[in-house]
Design a protein around this ligand. Structure first.
Ligand code: AMP
Ligand code: GLY
Length: 439
């Protein structure tokens, strides 16, 4: 069978790579894809983003089903468009994707369904927002209501920063429509984890746990990014905490969405904060898999992803069995010069290991491409084309071994201005000792 994945980053590369491992699949198209996808046997980049063209392609090529990677096409209603054309697609409808698209919707939804999250208020009037800030004090968090490509959240440590963030969003309109409303919420401290599941409208299949590293520099310093690396599993999620997340967060979301007539089908991502007094609160929902969390999670998935998605599309996720590699997987991001502010493009990438064919696909490591393109003199050079460039993902029997394996490969890959953290996975080492601690 032939499949289609929408998107062009490391998450989509990893999803497509995993889908291709199914014995039933001989081709996975990724639209628009990237250089790594284009060069990998069995995967093909398709330089198309318009929905009518994608629908025409899916029909013409007899695509068995489509999987959506990023939030933007979901927010633009790609699932509604494909379903309207009688095509199978895995992802939430535009209405169900409100959980990510609107922070205000998401917070109000959590309140309606008793899902634990930080206290908040929503404002479109700047003076009311300023008044609220003065009343609450700092630290405090200001979030643009709409999608802002990772730039919509300001964790303000002082009231001055908080007031400036409100002015930037509500008065200067630096995020456009996305910042026309802001959610101001209580600052939470603790350990952040990523909890992802598959949902078929009714039933839920939890995926492996993970943590990502949002800050640019070692020791969680520097500006926020889309994620500089991730590892799986996250030992901080003990079996007790796992059960609590399912009971208090995931199940109420799925039931709540169904009761509000917008059944949720697709991957669902809950960004969670585990506070020092052991409360688990939702920081955000994403209506998709995380990037780069997907890369290590797909490395550890032993089951056939095609079967799992078919079960989700058929509403039979309760029958699904999922098996994980017991090893640890770590994904280290190599980012471009200037990322996250103003990433430079067109730097030549050298030192990439030779490609491995589908038959010989290594289960030790894989290099997933994000912002890469083919160019140069003969059109065969691999060049940087975005902020996050590559995700070197490797397995190991322990966090330390996975780290060593990933960094051994990552250090051989060069491009001018390369940025890379050297401590991805450290939380797994710090937290490993508490795995069996009772909650
Ligand atoms: P979000 O897009 O809502 O996940 O926010 C991006 C990042 O900001 C999160 O990954 C956290 O690191 C941080 N953050 C968001 N909300 C809060 C909060 N209420 N308290 C502390 N940090 C937060
Ligand atoms: N890595 C966080 C995200 O995908 O939103």
């Amino acid at each position: 069978m032939k499949l289609l994945v929408i998107g062009g980053g490391g998450r989509e590369h990893a999803l497509a790579w995993k889908l291709l491992q199914s014995p039933r699949v001989h081709k996975v198209y990724v639209a628009p894809g990237n250089a790594g996808i284009a060069l990998e046997e069995g995967l093909e980049s398709l330089p198309v983003t318009a929905f009518p063209e994608l629908i025409e392609f899916a029909k013409k090529e007899n695509i068995a089903f489509t999987v959506v990677g990023p939030e933007t096409p979901l927010a633009e209603g790609i699932v509604d468009a494909f379903l309207g054309a009688d095509l199978k697609i895995f992802g939430p409808t535009q209405q169900a994707a409100q959980l990510e698209i609107s922070k205000d919707f998401s917070k109000a939804f959590m309140l309606r369904h008793n899902i634990p999250t930080a206290a908040y208020a929503t404002f479109s009037d700047p003076s009311a927002a300023h008044q609220y800030l003065d009343q609450k004090g700092a630290p405090i968090v200001i979030k643009a209501d709409g999608l802002a490509a990772g730039k919509g959240v300001v964790v303000a440590l002082t009231l001055e920063e908080a007031h400036a963030a409100v002015d930037a969003m509500l008065i200067e309109k630096n995020l456009g429509e996305a910042g026309a409303k802001v959610v101001i919420e209580e600052f939470l401290q603790g350990e952040e984890v990523s909890f992802m599941v598959m949902v078929d409208g009714h039933q839920v299949l939890p995926l492996a746990t993970s943590q990502d590293y949002k800050r640019l520099q070692d020791g969680d310093q520097g500006p926020n990014t889309g994620g500089m690396g991730a590892y799986s599993p996250a030992p901080f999620i003990s079996p007790e905490r796992h059960a609590k997340v399912m009971r208090e967060i995931i199940d109420p979301v799925v039931t709540g969405m169904r009761h509000e007539n917008s059944s949720y089908v697709g991957f669902l991502y809950a960004g969670l904060m585990i506070t020092p007094n052991n409360e688990i609160k939702v920081l955000e929902f994403n209506c998709r898999m995380g990037d780069p969390e997907t890369q290590p999670i797909m490395m550890r998935l032993k089951s056939d992803l095609v079967t799992l998605i078919e079960q989700a599309l058929n509403g039979t996720l309760d029958k699904a069995e999922i098996e994980w590699d017991r090893r640890v997987a770590i994904g280290v991001i190599l980012a471009a010069h200037g990322y996250p502010g103003n990433p430079r493009k067109n730097d030549a990438i050298n030192g990439l290991p030779a490609l491995i064919s589908k038959q010989k696909s290594s289960d030790e490591f894989h290099i997933f491409h994000s912002g890469t393109t083919l160019g140069g003199k003969d059109g065969n050079e691999i060049l940087t084309a975005g902020g996050r460039v590559l995700c070197v993902t490797a397995m190991g029997d322990s966090v330390k071994m996975a780290q060593r394996n990933a960094y051994n490969i990552a250090e051989q890959i060069h491009f001018d201005g390369r940025q890379m953290r050297s401590d991805i996975g450290y939380r797994g080492i710090v937290n490993a000792g508490i795995v069996h601690q009772k909650d």
